[in-house]
Design a protein around this ligand. Structure first.
Ligand code: AMP
Length: 185
């Protein structure tokens, strides 16, 4: 039983599975842990790639999966038909806002450019003082090392304050991410 104040977690991740089974295994592990810790999944509603894997694992574990998808992406991302709730919205902007509002924290798995856009936006919203929700990147196969290097470079070159380094955490695996969300740093 979780004592974490985090009751719902937005997961950003790829609409593909990547080229190593370790990626999809991480998605499955995270989904199982979200369900076991009674944390709702908030996600982009796709039944493809890492997204679909996380959602299926949450549902298989008896958890709740809430998808938010713009109408135009319903087909491309194959909106999951078995979700606890499916919200079809008018635009990417509405989707992002709704996913943000429904979530207490963000977990980021390996993914593509869409995932990068989403995580950077949540970090920049934090930089702008719009929220203080935890943002945790799960570092399967050291996937996020170049991301950390890029942020370090931005700070080194004085394009951002060193404080931005505190706005996200990199966790080795879903277990470590759940510990961070529970307040065990
Ligand atoms: P990707 O990481 O590129 O596989 O994209 C993962 C998911 O992120 C996609 O299926 C979309 O639902 C979403 N996505 C893609 N592009 C964007 C974007 N510009 N802003 C927000 N979400 C996006």
């Amino acid at each position: 039983m979780s004592i974490s104040p985090v009751k719902s977690v937005c997961v950003f991740c790829g609409a593909s599975v990547g080229n190593d089974p370790a990626f999809v295994e991480t998605a499955r592990d995270l989904g199982a842990r979200l369900a076991a810790n009674d944390m709702k999944l908030i996600f982009g509603a796709g039944h493809v790639g890492m997204m679909g894997t996380v959602a299926d694992a949450v549902l298989a574990g008896g958890g709740q999966a809430i998808g938010v998808i713009p109408g135009f992406l319903r087909e491309r991302d194959q909106a999951h038909q078995g979700l606890t709730e499916l919200h079809v919205v008018d635009s990417m902007h509405t989707r992002k806002r709704m996913m943000f509002d429904l979530s207490d924290a963000f977990i980021v798995l390996p993914g593509g450019l869409g995932t990068l856009e989403e995580v950077f936006e949540m970090i920049t919203w934090r930089q702008l003082g719009r929220h203080e929700k935890p943002i945790v990147l799960i570092n399967t196969n050291n996937y996020w090392a170049p991301f950390q290097d890029l942020v370090d470079r931005v700070v080194d070159c004085d394009f951002a304050h060193g404080e931005v380094e505190k706005y996200f955490r990199i966790a080795a695996n879903p277990e470590a991410a759940m510990r961070i969300l529970s307040g065990e740093y």
